[in-house]
Write a protein that binds this ligand. Structure first.
Ligand code: AMP
Ligand code: ZN
Length: 138
């Protein structure tokens, strides 16, 4: 099995353009940016998906999101920014080390999800909500 590319970045075995680092998290520039200023924020510990993290570790990871977002917007002059985190191949995840995309957005940049919203049935929504609540057990 080939080593995890982001673990290798954490270990310093693969170079990265670092923006921020603390004991739990590392932010660096995406090597194939989809927009000017595209930055990644990762936990130093290897997790594949967000559902594997406990609340303390997740908090330690995301605590810099507001400040990083502000700094990236200020630097790039972006008009907006998407905070995006893909979980699983079906959701577009390629690198299997959890990462948060900070994607600066510019007017008319043509990026974005293909949203095809359609109104839901009230009954279906409440059934779904009941089930989720049941799994949460809270
Ligand atoms: P995802 O599709 O959510 O798994 O996104 C993976 C992201 O990691 C992509 O935007 C890649 O361009 C980026 N990426 C992959 N390898 C590297 C690397 N060595 N340094 C910086 N970014 C990388
Ligand atoms: Zn890893």
């Amino acid at each position: 099995m080939s080593p995890c590319v982001f673990c290798e970045i954490v270990r310093g075995n693969i170079p990265s353009t670092k923006v921020y680092e603390d004991e739990a998290a590392l932010a660096f520039m995406d090597i194939n940016p989809i927009s000017y200023g595209h930055t990644l924020l990762i936990p130093k510990e290897h997790f594949t998906q967000v559902s594997q993290m406990d609340v303390e570790k997740y908090q330690a990871l995301v605590k810099m999101v507001p400040e990083l977002t502000k700094a990236i917007i200020e630097t790039t002059g972006a008009a907006g920014l998407n905070v995006l985190q893909n979980n699983g191949r079906a959701a577009g995840q390629v690198v299997e080390h959890l990462h948060i995309h900070l994607i600066p957005r510019y007017e008319g940049d043509g990026l974005g999800f293909i949203w095809r919203p359609k109104p839901a049935q009230e009954k279906e929504l409440s059934l779904l909500a009941q089930k989720i609540k049941g799994v949460l057990g809270k």
